[in-house]
Design a protein around this ligand. Structure first.
Ligand code: ZN
Length: 679
């Protein structure tokens, strides 16, 4: 493998900074490690509490990712107490974790990797551990030991599979002592360890080890069934996604990610995929993200949506039953069943769906399965692919240390796992709603006629909440095709839809006898038909999912109490409100709720209140435009200005499960306007 080490780039770097540099080089190469896999270390001399020089192991902390690692992700562990453990016969995980916690240079640093002892026990200054595809392709094989011998001879020590922990660390140390000429250790069905007097040497040894074994091969043979063309695949994936999402969300909602990249498509459509995909993971920690095996959907003709949907529903349930049996067969006292639904779904001719509690988790599962596809192909060049036994895989998936991490994770936000569409999301009430719902954990699709504006809000949300959490789409709610493509974008990105905040609107003002037909029709197109088109498309997705859903229509105080010279607006918004109520009636049997928020006079950040609208409303009330906001404030019972954030709060309530038993309801956010009380 080609080295990316640059002596120019490391000029002036030493110690921990150099370790960060080398770790990022390793992390940047997905064929070495993906998403939290692998770890690196450097032994250094640092002052202790009293300023005396001591030897310290700087090793990757648990929960960090090598490609983006920073210095504080490397806890310092005192080396002397680590080496004292070499005398011990055994040590369980909990004791080891507690012991390491007492050896930290900084008490508040992250927990050292479970492989910390392995690094500490090796005498070299620098140690790098990867899950290199090229190495696991050799060991995950019915003739793995032979294959390792053929490729590496006496250059490496081979350590039989064992879950990481004290014993594996000790076996590695003993293996290296017994093979003083070894330049690396291969951990069976797990990965590679290399070392050196410097980080550059250790990195070079990793590169060298990969060079000799990179003999990848793709599964071959005629495709089965035929691979659909790109446009047909995409259309089918969009039609199938809500059905699949519903099927795999029976326990807890998940998001989906669709992948029809060439290596995936070639693999899932190969004659070997049905069998090969069911053997097991490439390396133990993949199990945590992808489960032991994916669901391989057996289907005669993937282009037949009806047959495919039926196959998916039945086989997803069968997978969950099989997973529950696997859990029961290997469980230990006190273990609780994790979500039994598949994380990776392979469909011949179509591609791969991955699932996750958020977009990022679905991405991680996809990237890991890309590596698995490579390893499955490459391993087959040496002999039949082999993997962890079901028991070994279970012991990693239900490893108490991993479950502890899950238990320690902060509780999920109210709208976690929900996909929300907000129309008119680039400004005013829509933007405030998008921000508020994202803050509660939602994945938000920001739709607006102003596409750059929608994208800007989405970018802001991603910066605050993480990549994949928001998407900006262009949507003209008056155009059937535009609404359809906006909702399709949401389904393509996340797999479905849970909440729709139908908010886009305009406010044309003018007396009836002076109103142009075009103004009237424009108001009906945006303020009435626009809501219909969005509701119709979204309702179809929600019904396909079968997970219920929630619509919130942003209407207006004018529905209850119209004002003069505001006919086009008031009439169209009344139609919106009636649509919402009929939607509540029709959606009820499917668990789909529809509610209405009636705000009044929300000026801040609003495009509804253009200079023109302000001038006309001021004239209708017989006041100067500058007095308008104050006029509306005084008009309500509480004497308060109504802000976009106030409306967002009401929308959040109606969108959330706290309003699970409320539908067809109108909630006012107007400071109290007596004439507009719902009745
Ligand atoms: Zn490992």
């Amino acid at each position: 493998m080609k080295s990316h080490w640059s002596d120019d780039e490391v000029k002036g770097l030493e110690g921990l900074d150099l370790l960060v540099y080398a770790s990022r080089l390793v992390g940047a190469e997905p064929s070495l490690v993906v998403w939290g896999g692998g770890n690196t270390s450097l032994k250094v001399t640092e002052p202790d509490l009293l300023g005396r020089p001591i030897r310290v192991l700087r090793v990757k902390g648990s929960g960090s990712d090598l490609k983006s690692i920073v210095a504080r992700d490397f806890p310092g562990v005192l080396l002397e107490p680590i080496l004292a453990l070499l005398k011990r016969a055994d040590m369980d995980d909990q004791e080891m974790v507690a012991y390491l916690a007492r050896c930290l240079q900084e008490p508040d640093s992250p927990r050292p990797s479970i492989e910390a002892l392995l690094h500490g026990f090796l005498p070299s200054e620098a140690v790098i551990h990867t899950h290199a595809d090229a190495v696991v392709a050799l060991t995950n094989n019915a003739r793995g030991r032979e294959a390792v011998q053929e490729v590496y001879g006496k250059d490496v020590a081979l350590i039989p599979y064992r879950r990481p922990g004290f014993l594996l660390s000790k076996e590695v140390a003993e293996g290296v002592r017994a093979h003083p000429r070894a330049r690396g250790v291969i951990l069976e069905k797990h990965g590679l360890i290399t070392w050196g007097g410097t980080l550059k040497e250790a990195y070079g040894a990793t590169m060298e080890a990969i060079k000799v074994s990179a003999r990848g091969r793709r599964p071959s043979g005629p495709a089965r069934p035929r691979v659909l063309d790109a446009a047909a695949r995409r259309d089918l994936a969009v039609a199938l996604a809500p059905i699949l999402r519903g099927a795999v969300s029976r326990e807890r909602r998940v998001l989906l990610r669709y992948d029809d990249s060439e290596p995936v498509l070639e693999f899932v459509s190969s004659p070997e995929a049905a069998r090969l995909s069911q053997v097991g993971p490439a390396t133990p920690d993949h199990t945590i993200h992808t489960k032991r095996v994916p669901l391989f959907v057996e289907v005669e003709d993937p282009s037949d949506l009806g047959a495919l949907s039926e196959a998916v529903r039945g086989q997803v349930e069968a997978f969950a039953r099989g997973y529950t049996e696997y859990f029961e067969a290997h469980r230990f006292p006190g273990a609780t069943l994790l979500d039994p639904y598949p994380r990776v779904i392979l469909i011949p001719g179509l591609g791969m769906f991955t699932t996750g509690k958020e977009a990022r988790a679905a991405l991680i599962a996809a990237e890991i399965y890309h590596r698995t596809v490579w390893v499955l192909g490459a391993a087959s060049a040496f002999g039949p692919y082999a993997s962890l036994t079901p028991k070994e895989a279970f012991d990693v998936e239900y490893w108490p240390l991993e479950l502890y991490k899950l238990a320690k994770a902060p509780p999920e936000r109210e709208l976690a796992r929900r996909i929300v569409l907000v129309t008119g999301g680039a400004s005013g009430i829509g933007r405030a709603v998008a921000r508020r719902l994202a803050q509660e954990g939602a994945h938000v699709v920001v739709a607006d006629l102003d596409h750059p504006g929608a994208e800007q809000v989405a970018r802001e949300l991603e910066e605050r909440h993480g990549a994949g959490r928001a998407l900006g789409v262009a949507m003209d709610v008056t155009a059937e095709a535009s609404v359809r493509s906006g909702i399709r974008a949401a389904v393509e990105a996340c797999g479905g839809l849970d909440v729709v905040v139908s908010n886009a609107g305009i406010a044309p003002a003018g007396a009836i006898d002076a109103m142009a037909l075009a103004d009237w029709e424009r108001s009906l197109a945006v303020n009435a038909t626009g809501h219909f088109l969005v509701a119709r498309e979204a309702l179809r997705v929600m019904k396909a999912q079968g997970l219920g859903g929630s619509f919130v229509f942003v209407a207006t105080k004018n529905v209850m109490a119209p004002g003069k010279e505001f006919a086009a607006y008031s009439a169209a918004k009344a139609a919106e409100a009636q649509l919402a109520k009929v939607l509540a009636i029709e959606g009820g049997p499917s668990g789909i709720r529809a509610n209405i928020v009636n705000p009044d006079a929300v000026f801040r950040d609003s495009r509804l209140w253009s200079e023109e609208v302000r001038a006309e409303r001021a004239r209708a009330h017989g006041i100067a435009p500058g007095e308008l906001e104050e006029f509306y404030r005084r008009r309500n019972l509480l004497g308060v200005p109504v802000l976009p954030e106030d409306v967002a709060e009401a929308v959040l309530f109606l969108a959330s499960d706290r309003a699970a038993k409320t539908t067809g309801c109108t909630l006012t956010v107007d400071g109290g306007v007596r004439d507009a009380f719902p009745r």
